[in-house]
Ligand binder design. Structure first.
Ligand code: FES
Ligand SMILES: [Fe+2]
Length: 384
C-alpha cells in the first residue's frame, strides 16, 4: 500500500535536509514571556478557555467496552462521568446529582443499568435522564425533564474519547476540528488497538513545560543524551502546520536507506516517530509499531498532570510479546522522566528573575506554532 502524498513529501524534505545538513526553520526567533509559566491570571484564563472550550482526550474506546460501561475522571477539575449508552453512543455528564449536588458515582469504572445517587437515591439512566426519585410528592410538580444530568459534548473518533468539559450552548463540529489530522489518525487504526498501560503523573511544573517537551527535537541530544539521542537524527525534523494542530516528524537514522529507492516503494512508519499536537493539550505520539496518547492538564500554576496511554496493536499473545512491550514501556518512562526532571528544575528557577522571556529558536518550530495557536484561543481568534 502506498503512503500519502503528505508522507512522501515529509520523507523528501528530510532526505533533502540530510543531504544539505539543514532542518526545518521558522522565519524568526520567537520570545515568550516567563509570566506564561508563573502568572495565576494567565493560568485562570487558560483554564477558562483552553481547558473548558476545546475537546480533550479522556480515554480510549476500550475503556467503554460495551453499552452501560462507564468511567469517571476528575483530572480537569470537573467531575466527569463518561458512559456508553444502550445505543453504543459515548456520553459525558457532570458527575453531580441535580437534587443537592452529591457525587453521583464514586466508582472509577464499571457497568450499570442506572446511576443512583448515594444521598437520597435519585436515579438517572445512561442518557442522563432523571428516571425516578423517592417520595416524589415532596417535590410538587417539578418537571423531571429539566433535572437530567448536565451533559457535556462527548465524541468517539479514531478510537479515542474526547470531551469538552463545559456545558455552554456552543456546538463543536468535532469532524471539522480534527479534519487536518484525519488522514493520519484514520490510518493508525487506533480503534482496534488495546491499552497496554495507562498512567497519570503529578509533576511539579507548569503545564506548558510538559507540553513543550514534545514540540521540538532540539533537546534530544541534550536531555536524552544516553537514551533517545542516538535513536533519531539530531535536530533534523519536519513540521506540518495543521492549524491549530501540528504534525512533528522525527526521523530515524535508517531513513537514509530510502535515498536509493523510488518514492513509490517508500514506507513511512518504520522511519519516523511522529509527535502530533492536537490543540490544546493532547498528543498522539506515533512510534514505529505502537502509539502513546498524552494529555497534559494544569492543576496549579506550578503543577500539572501528565496523563498517558500506551496503545499497542493487539493484546500480547506470548510472554515474549509481553516482555517486548514492557521493555518499550520502561524505555519511554525513562525518557519522559528525563524531560520531567528538566521541567521541574526549570520551574524552580522561574521566579528567580534570571529570565523575563524564553527564546523559541528557529528550529523549535512546534513551540512557535503551538504557542501562536494558544494565543489565538486566549485572544478569541480561535474556537473549536
Ligand atoms: S443529592 Fe442526590 S438524591 Fe439528593
Ligand atoms: Fe524529551
Amino acid at each position: 500500500m502506498g503512503i500519502s502524498t503528505e508522507e512522501t513529501q515529509i520523507i523528501k524534505d528530510i532526505l533533502a535536509h540530510v543531504e544539505q545538513g539543514t532542518t526545518d526553520m521558522q522565519p524568526e526567533l520567537m520570545r515568550n514571556p516567563v509570566s506564561t509559566y508563573t502568572d495565576p491570571d494567565v493560568l485562570a484564563k487558560e483554564m477558562d478557555t483552553l481547558f473548558r472550550k476545546f475537546p480533550i482526550i479522556m480515554g480510549h474506546s476500550e475503556q467503554l467496552p460495551e453499552p452501560a460501561s462507564y468511567f469517571t475522571n476528575d483530572e480537569l477539575g470537573v467531575p466527569l462521568l463518561i458512559t456508553r449508552n444502550n445505543d453504543g453512543v459515548v456520553k459525558a455528564f457532570m458527575n453531580v446529582c441535580r437534587h443537592r449536588g452529591a457525587r453521583l458515582t464514586d466508582g472509577a469504572c464499571g457497568k450499570v443499568k442506572t446511576f443512583s445517587c448515594p444521598y437520597h437515591k435519585w436515579t438517572y439512566d445512561l442518557n442522563g435522564a432523571l428516571r425516578g426519585l423517592p417520595h416524589a410528592a415532596g417535590f410538587g410538580d417539578i418537571d423531571k425533564g429539566d433535572l437530567g444530568l448536565i451533559e457535556l459534548p462527548a465524541f468517539e473518533r479514531f478510537g479515542l474519547i474526547w470531551v469538552r468539559p463545559s456545558a455552554s450552548e456552543d456546538e463543536i463540529d468535532i469532524d471539522a476540528w480534527l479534519a487536518p489530522m484525519a488522514e493520519q489518525l484514520g490510518g493508525l487504526g487506533l480503534e482496534s488497538h488495546t491499552v497496554f498501560k495507562a498512567w497519570s503523573l503529578d509533576r511539579k511544573m507548569n503545564w506548558h513545560l510538559a507540553l513543550e517537551g514534545f514540540q521540538e527535537s532540539y533537546h534530544f541530544c541534550g536531555a536524552h543524551e544516553h537514551t533517545a539521542c542516538s535513536a533519531y537524527l539530531d535536530n533534523q525534523s519536519s513540521w506540518v502546520d495543521k492549524y491549530p494542530h501540528v504534525r512533528h516528524s522525527v526521523p530515524l537514522p535508517t531513513i537514509e536507506e530510502l535515498k536509493g529507492k523510488a518514492p513509490e516503494d517508500w514506507q513511512h512508519r518504520p522511519y519516523f516517530m511522529t509527535q502530533n499536537y492536537l490543540f490544546p493539550c493532547n498528543y498522539v505520539q506515533v512510534m514505529t509499531d505502537h502509539v502513546y496518547i498524552h494529555t497534559i492538564i494544569p492543576t496549579g500554576v506550578d503543577t500539572c498532570i501528565f496523563k498517558c496511554m500506551m496503545l499497542i496493536p493487539e493484546a500480547p499473545q506470548s510472554d515474549k510479546a509481553e516482555r517486548y512491550w514492557e521493555k518499550n514501556y520502561q524505555v519511554i518512562r525513562t525518557v519522559f522522566g528525563e524531560d520531567f526532571e528538566i521541567g521541574e528544575n526549570i520551574q524552580k528557577g522561574l521566579n528567580t528573575g534570571a529570565n523575563t522571556e524564553f527564546l523559541f529558536g528557529r528550529y523549535e518550530t512546534g513551540l512557535q506554532l503551538g504557542t501562536k495557536a494558544i494565543h489565538d484561543a486566549l485572544d478569541g481568534r480561535l474556537t473549536a
